[in-house]
Design a protein around this ligand. Structure first.
Ligand SMILES: Cc1cc2nc3c(=O)[nH]c(=O)nc-3n(C[C@H](O)[C@H](O)[C@H](O)COP(=O)(O)OP(=O)(O)OC[C@H]3O[C@@H](n4cnc5c(N)ncnc54)[C@H](O)[C@@H]3O)c2cc1C
Length: 432
């Protein structure tokens, strides 16, 4: 089996590891993988150190769609298959994902391990809610897992690769009659009016808001809410994947800074059109996929995405307090995205639960970690948590306070001696 030594990064390019990476092509190859303390890696789109480690098993070459049942709307594929690859196959037959993350380049293995959510968690839940079954290799034994195998299902979906390597998966798809999304755009100047509108539009299939947390003054926060529904009348079914813009010359010389973002946000807010339009689903769900390596625009030291979740109760007040902390540290997010989250599922380390999630991109600065540590404490005090697929700084003593089921997860890892088999830089940092 092919293997190489190389430097790999988390998507935010803040953390890296010099790793030996294995590229199995067949299930048989993974059976031969008798190394200790390996971590699985898909497309490496998790922002922090969850797919970094000394020994890495890449799913890149496990990239085959095994079976697509057009009638039933189910698909089975190897774990390294990306959402993008699947879209090419399914959209023309009138199918889409129940749940998709904001990048189509994520793999199915990565989506299960992080139990990803989309812009519709309030209605449709997380990716694993539509999983029929998956094959997992654990300590060189293959397991066929479905929801009846409670422990293995709940610990692997959201388990960040720490229960074994997912080989393949079968899941349900969602019927569509058009590749268009009917999108409504609304603008607000205060958090109160934004939240009121999100609640009023609870039945909208998709709901996501862009927030300007860098240009705000006197608690006036500009925001744009994007509500979306699949177009119901029959029209074309095409997946129009546009080739990525390659700005690799620019991203070596132009780096984002506060002034550029303030200007961008001013124009973005003031010149975005309000009202209803029909948008191609690729543009609607995966806007950042258009630009190749956009993460490099943050400069050599990288950035972090910090995704928090807070309960609905006192959310506006709590967000204003967090905004004050951002002001104190003079670290303002260059991108801030708010989503409404629905009920939690039973997976041990799944991020979503009822409330609002806010994902914020911060350029690296010397006091970034201190600021995040301070906000982490506030979030814990207020019944919230942070998303492990975006985490770079969480302290080991805090994970229990955010994810009480970690105790059960760790017990399983201990009982089955999984500590000796699966390890990432994140699991070492968090003592998982
Ligand atoms: C632009 C962008 C938008 C995003 N939007 C969203 C969003 O809307 N919602 C959301 O939930 N997330 C979102 N994410 C995060 C992303 O979806 C998750 O981090 C996802 O896990 C990435 O998949 P990947 O294939 O890149 O996995 P990697 O980053 O390579 O790995 C992530 C985790 O999955 C594990 N893993 C990967 N493959 C396997 C396998 N075969 N078996 C076992 N474990 C495995 C790894 O060990 C690691 O712990 C976004 C990321 C980006 C860059």
């Amino acid at each position: 089996m092919k293997s190489i030594y190389t430097n790999i990064f988390g998507w935010s390019r803040l953390q890296r590891s010099f790793s030996k990476i294995y590229y199995p092509k067949k299930i048989k190859d993974i059976n031969l993988l008798n190394i200790e303390k390996v971590i699985a890696r898909g497309s490496g789109l998790s922002y922090g150190d969850s797919a970094l480690g000394k020994y890495v098993c890449s799913s890149k070459k496990l990239n085959k769609i095994i079976k697509f049942d057009k009638k039933k709307g189910t698909i089975e594929c190897e774990s390294g298959v990306t959402f993008n690859q699947i879209l090419e196959t399914i959209v023309k037959s009138g199918w889409f994902f129940h749940v998709t993350p904001g990048s189509s380049f994520a793999t199915i293995g990565g989506a299960i391990a992080a139990d990803v959510h989309g812009k519709n968690h309030h209605i449709e839940g997380s990716f694993s809610d539509y999983l029929i079954s998956f094959k997992l290799i654990k300590k060189n034994k293959i397991f066929n897992v479905n929801k009846k195998n409670k422990q293995l299902f709940r610990s692997t979906c959201s388990g960040m690769g720490l229960t074994g390597f997912i080989l393949s998966a079968k899941f349900k798809l969602k019927k569509i009659t058009s590749h268009l999304i009917v999108s409504k755009t609304k603008k607000f100047n205060t958090l109160g009016s934004l939240i009121k509108e999100i609640k009023l539009n609870f039945n909208s299939e998709y709901s996501v808001a862009w927030l300007d947390l860098i240009g705000n003054k006197n608690n006036k926060i500009n925001s744009i809410l994007y509500l979306g529904n699949h177009k119901r009348t029959s029209s074309e079914l095409k997946f129009r994947y546009k080739k990525q813009l390659n700005l690799s010359v620019l991203n070596k010389i132009i780096f984002l800074n506060d002034t550029i973002i303030k200007l961008f946000n001013y124009f973005y807010f003031n010149f975005s059109k309000k009202g209803e339009t029909e948008v191609d689903l690729f543009k609607y769900f995966y806007p950042l996929d258009r630009i190749k390596n956009w993460n490099r625009f943050y400069g050599k030291k990288g950035f972090t995405q910090y995704q928090i979740l807070l309960p609905e109760k006192k959310f506006i007040k709590n967000l204003q307090i967090i905004n004050k902390v951002l002001n104190k540290y003079k670290n303002k997010p260059y991108l801030a995205v708010l989503k409404l989250m629905g009920k939690k599922n039973n997976n041990y380390l799944s991020f979503p639960k009822k409330g609002y999630s806010l994902a914020m991109d911060f350029k690296y600065s010397n006091n970034l970690k201190s600021m995040i540590v301070e906000i982490d404490k506030f979030i814990i005090k207020n019944g919230g948590r942070i998303y492990l697929a975006k985490d770079s700084f969480l302290a080991k003593e805090n994970i229990k306070k955010m994810y009480p089921m970690i105790t059960k997860f760790n017990k399983i890892r201990k009982r089955e001696e999984l500590f000796n088999y699966y390890e990432s830089n994140q699991s070492l940092r968090l003592n998982i």
